[in-house]
Design a protein around this ligand. Structure first.
Ligand SMILES: [Zn+2]
Length: 317
């Protein structure tokens, strides 16, 4: 299996992204803080792959808060942090190049220097895609400011992984941990709906966008979107098939719906390790390989979801 959603983080990056104001009252920060020792230790990361029978992994910094214009230092701080992250990810991959591939991180709403950093990360550092936040205090890649970023990602032929953001959590009431439980999935869902309604990806026919966690609530909401859609526009279900999604935190029924929504050729395995519960190999309630065994898929489709689709997206090892 190729796990396309594995995180690490350095304590100094956590301090830069999770300022005291951001941490206050958050249900998300305690989860990250609790796992920071695992996130920050590359040896733990590689040994965890062996424990979980994962052949290869795509790694990137934890991005519940992503470098972007919302940071206290603004776009310059985001650029400096992106550079540090990209160099560290490349160095980590170099320690286990047969097991790991890395994703770049950049501010998609930045300027020419951010685009130059993305080029450097892909062409000089050898990273295989780019990970961004689903929102930055409400700003997203559905806005015109992100068009140069989307154009460059398409030109570089790299996938864009849109990670759910704690930004969505800030807009939610925080009782019962709703910022974590509902805010983050809805942040991702809102971005997907924006891209569908705006038709943003129509302008980038070769751009590949990955929505982790089964695309948030998108598969369950497609009927509602269809009922509300402008009949003159392409059907929301057709635009939704432009997305890829990963299996992080799937349940068997949700995985079946995601496979139907996006197509088995647009499904990849991802765990969100070490922030989500660690899948137990062979367990049909947590292990995507075991869940896939229950779906009405042929042998070839199952093999594609476990590894082939990820190789197509990120390149071979
Ligand atoms: Zn994640």
């Amino acid at each position: 299996m190729i796990d396309t959603h594995v995180h690490y983080l350095r304590p100094e990056w956590a301090d830069a992204l999770w300022s005291p104001a951001v941490r206050r009252g958050s249900s998300i920060w305690p989860k990250i803080s609790l796992r920071l020792s695992m996130l920050a230790d590359p040896a733990v990361l590689v040994s965890a792959l062996d424990t979980r029978a994962v052949a290869q992994a795509v790694i990137f910094p934890e991005l519940s808060v992503a470098p972007g214009p919302q940071m206290p230092g603004g776009a310059p701080a985001a650029l400096a942090l992106s550079r540090a992250m990209n160099e560290a990810t490349a160095a980590l991959v170099a320690r286990a190049p047969t097991r790991l591939a890395g994703l770049a991180v950049v501010n998609p709403l930045g300027g020419p220097e951010d685009l130059a950093e993305l080029k450097r990360a892909i062409l000089a550092l050898g990273l295989r895609g780019v990970a961004i936040g689903a929102s930055y205090h409400g700003a997203t890649i559905a806005s015109p400011a992100a068009r140069p970023f989307l154009e460059l990602a398409q030109a570089l032929d790299i996938p864009v992984i849109v990670h759910p953001s704690a930004d969505g959590g800030w807009q939610m009431p925080r009782d019962y941990g709703l910022d974590l439980l509902v805010g983050m999935p809805m942040d991702l869902t809102a971005l997907a709906v924006r891209l569908i309604v705006a038709g943003t990806l129509d302008d980038y026919p070769r751009l590949r966008v990955v929505l982790p966690h089964l695309g948030g609530g998108l598969p369950a909401l497609l009927g509602w979107l269809t009922a509300q859609a402008d009949p003159a526009s392409p059907a929301p279900a057709d635009r939704a098939r432009r997305f890829w999604c990963d299996t992080a935190t799937a349940t068997p029924a949700a995985l079946a719906l995601a496979s139907e929504t996006f197509g088995s050729d647009h499904l990849i395995c991802g765990s969100d390790w070490p922030l989500s519960a660690t899948p137990r190999p062979g367990d049909p309630t947590s292990d995507p390989a075991a869940m896939l065994g229950k779906l009405p898929l042929g042998v070839a489709a199952r093999a594609a979801i476990l590894a082939g689709n990820a190789r197509g997206l990120f390149g071979g090892w």
